[in-house]
Design a protein around this ligand. Structure first.
Ligand code: FAD
Length: 476
């Protein structure tokens, strides 16, 4: 008989603890379940389609079918267990509130029926139940990270499991949906048409990306990571979000690379520390399951948000009239990803210039990001809003013009995403409304026609935001 390996956001064959363990013991039945009750962003479904396709291909070369089933996970597991008299079920743990609740309920149900269920560490460097000595969760990053490094050595990444082919007399009892029937890809319109220019989903794509980053971007990571036009960041986030690479693999490969290249130690440490922020987000979500919809600082519940669909739409589609914000939002729409520096600027703009509830921005990011990660997204939005743990101080309000001039001085990033402004000179491209009419005319830019005028006045908005934050502060 065989063990069912239930794949979730861990679509890979290497460093997959549940698969590894089951494969040591005998035959495995790889299974992926599309749960109609799980809320998924449209962009991440695009990625998932390709990721499942790649995983299926990799398993097929080992003469193993990847079973694809849509429906209620418990019912599907029960049906497969019965049809092939499976030995049991294994999975890697999830740490999101819905995943934890579902896994707990399924485990209890199956065990009550005498089915063996075993779970293994999921995709964190260490599992998120880390506490202060006073039994409180950490709310500040640096002590969290120090404690994690000191108390928990990161487990070594497991090699790829040696998998046996599934005998045909077993396989014939197993039925699978077809990936195409799930229709995870957008059709009319195909807004994902440019994604393949930027991404190669799948485990081998993740390995290539990591190797390229270690050989290239890492050299100037510390400084370069703030400059959106520079190829200094890893762009591993979509691969991590779908589990095509684990943080343990990144950790191990990076450490190995640093041993061979000791001059890169500072860059490497900085990179791993950023991976630590991902750990911190999962720690927060685990201990504060309301993180995606409730401000961690209760006084923020009283923030006087504005309901303005027109402004929200202008932000979503990169039509605010502030070039760095618009470039970021268009990068997101066209490539399914946005550089971290620009994410912070765009999020700050939504909250502190448009006064739109951060949860609306969080929802838009969830729908459009290929790397949507419930913990990172909600912790980051709360961080920018100032309502989260270890958050940006309330008076830090990003000035979109100064941020643009500082981190994209030559407008390379802007010109990539805002072709209508490409002919403007560098010194004015971050604030086209301040350009002389002759300069605009020469660049072929008619404000209000080719490119919008600013939808709000940043200086006024900033003052209003400061006043609101002062009021909120008085309530603490
Ligand atoms: P690198 O700089 O190469 O870092 C490597 C890895 O470290 C990343 O893949 C990521 O896992 C982690 N990391 C890096 N920076 C951060 C950070 N600030 N916070 C947490 N983890 C980090 N990240 C997501 O993965 N999913 C999200 O849904 C998400 N939403 C965000 C929303 C907002 C408003 C903001 C400001 C940030 C968000 N981030 C999110 C964090 C960060 O922007 C991305 O992780 C990063 O840009 C991914 O690019 P990279 O892989 O090239 O990062």
């Amino acid at each position: 008989t065989a063990t069912i390996v239930w794949f979730r956001r861990d679509l890979r064959l290497t460093d997959h603890p549940a698969l590894w363990e089951a494969a040591q013991e005998g035959l495995v039945i790889p299974l992926y379940i599309l749960d109609p009750h799980e809320s998924s962003g449209a962009a991440e479904l695009w990625w998932r389609h390709h990721s499942l396709h790649k995983l299926g291909e990799a398993l097929a070369t080992l003469h193993l079918p990847l079973l694809l089933r849509r429906g209620d996970p418990l019912q599907i597991l029960l049906e497969i267990i019965q049809s092939v008299a499976a030995d049991g079920v294994v999975w890697n743990r999830r740490y999101d509130p819905r995943g934890i609740a579902q896994d707990t309920a399924i485990k209890a149900d199956l065990q009550a029926r005498g089915v063996s269920v075993r779970s293994f560490p999921g995709d964190c460097l260490v599992e998120p139940w880390l506490h202060h000595h006073d039994q409180q969760p950490y709310k500040v990053f640096t002590p969290f990270w120090k404690s994690l490094l000191a108390r928990f050595p990161v487990a070594p990444a497991l090699p790829q499991a040696a998998l046996q082919p599934l005998p045909s007399e077993l396989a014939q009892h197993l039925s699978s949906d077809s990936l195409a029937d799930w229709q995870l890809l957008p059709q009319h319109p195909d807004w994902a048409s440019r994604f393949p220019e930027f991404w190669e989903p799948g485990e081998s794509g993740a390995d290539t990306r990591l190797r390229e980053f270690l050989e290239g971007g890492l050299l100037n990571y510390s400084k370069g990571r703030d400059f959106p036009a520079q190829p200094s960041v890893s762009r591993l986030s979509p691969y991590l979000a779908h589990g095509e690479i684990s943080p343990r693999q990144i950790w191990q490969e990076t450490q190995g690379h640093l041993l061979k290249n000791p001059e890169l130690a500072a860059q490497g440490e900085h990179f791993l520390r950023e991976l630590g922020w991902r750990e911190f987000s999962w720690h927060l979500l685990f201990h504060f399951p309301n993180l995606p919809d409730t401000p961690l600082r209760p006084e923020f519940a009283d923030f006087p948000w504005q309901n303005n669909e027109k402004l929200l739409h202008a932000w979503q589609r990169g039509q605010t009239g502030y070039p760095i914000v618009d470039a970021g939002m268009r990068e997101l729409w066209q490539s399914g990803w946005m550089h971290n520096r620009v994410r912070m600027i765009c999020a700050s703009f939504l909250i502190k210039d448009l006064f739109i509830d951060w949860r609306k921005g969080e929802a838009w990011f969830q729908d459009t990001l290929l790397d949507f990660d419930e913990a990172n997204n909600s912790a980051s939005w709360q961080w920018v809003a100032g309502s989260g743990a270890d958050a940006a101080p309330y008076f830090r309000i990003f000035n979109p013009v100064l941020q643009g001039e500082k981190f994209d001085a030559q407008g390379v990033y802007l010109r990539r995403w805002l072709p209508e402004l490409a002919a403007l000179p560098d010194h004015i491209i971050h604030q086209p409304w301040a350009a002389e009419p002759a300069i605009l005319a020469k660049a072929g830019v008619a404000l209000g026609i080719h490119y919008p005028r600013p939808v709000v006045d940043h200086a006024q908005a900033r003052q209003k935001a400061l006043d609101i934050f002062q009021d909120l502060k008085k309530k603490t």
